[in-house]
Design a protein around this ligand. Structure first.
Ligand SMILES: [Zn+2]
Length: 284
């Protein structure tokens, strides 16, 4: 029996100033938040992902709602083989190479928002940028295959790869936390409530051997044959790039079908195909 729960043996039973379960400052926080919980929420619809300073933080009941946000999620496959205790320096190098390259590649493709979740990176694209989101993910996936995995293998003799996933759905966003505390702004962050970030991470967790998994609702955007069929290398025969995957038995998903892509950019045509995909979002 815990002395903290035992009324008879309470250490402080005679001191009336210490009665009650929680410290007064904590009671005050809870009171404020319960009163916010009981207020009605105001939601403003936006068609585009806003710049971070435009995301609400001050008014406790204000949120933005953005339809059909595309989320690309990447993290390391096999990262548990790396150890911060035994192989601290190679582990540090591997995390830098994976994470920093991911952030910079998604930034270069013009992601509207990028953040780190756990030891993975997610980036958000607007609903009218599906081909850009795909091109960015395939570019990062190609980097992992060409450089990351072989470099880490050389240093550690371990096979470490990448998990890649994309989903798309409506999100609510606001910032939570302390706007400024002792001149620090690091006690706040954006919260993206809704399916796509979690679903993209869960799809990524299913991907093995350098494949990209996307939900069917994202896949439906890909109508152009350049995103669906291969360039034809090496023998001139164009083939479907995607494989249909049944995820109906997996209760974590709110969709039944996903699609997986094994290929990376072709050594001969990759650059051309990437540029063509980027053009498609400009036309739409
Ligand atoms: Zn080719």
């Amino acid at each position: 029996m815990s002395i903290l729960n035992d009324e008879k043996n309470s250490l402080f039973k005679d001191d009336s100033a210490t009665e009650g379960r929680l410290l007064p400052a904590i009671e005050e926080i809870i009171k404020t938040e319960l009163s916010n919980f009981n207020q009605s929420v105001s939601i403003t619809k936006r068609n585009q992902i806003p710049d971070t300073p435009q995301i609400p933080i001050q008014k406790p009941t204000h949120w933005l709602k953005i339809p059909d946000v595309i989320c690309c999620f990447v993290d390391m496959e096999g990262s548990t083989k790396l150890s911060a205790g035994l192989h601290d320096k190679t582990t540090a190098k591997a995390y830098r190479l994976f994470t920093e390259t991911a952030i910079r590649i998604f930034h270069d493709f013009g992601a509207a928002y990028i953040d780190i979740k756990g030891d993975g990176v997610f980036s958000l694209f607007n609903q009218n940028q599906p081909y850009v989101a795909l091109a960015a993910s395939v570019s990062f996936k190609t980097f992992v295959y060409d450089h990351f995995t072989p470099q880490v293998k050389k240093l550690t003799d371990k096979d470490v790869g990448g998990h890649f996933g994309i989903d798309q759905k409506t999100v609510l966003v606001r910032r939570f936390g302390l706007k400024r505390s002792q001149n620090r702004t690091d006690r706040q962050n954006e919260v993206w409530a809704g399916k796509p970030i979690n679903m993209a991470a869960k799809l990524a967790s299913l991907s093995t051997d350098n494949t990209l998994w996307v939900s069917d609702r994202f896949f439906r955007n890909l109508k152009d044959e350049k995103a669906i069929y291969s360039c034809g290398c090496p023998n001139g025969e164009t083939k479907p790039l995607w494989q249909k995957e049944n995820v109906s038995n997996d209760s974590r998903f709110d969709f039944d079908t996903a699609y997986s892509l094994g290929s990376n950019w072709c050594k001969k045509h990759g650059k051309l195909f990437c540029k063509r995909l980027l053009e498609l979002d400009k036309i739409n």
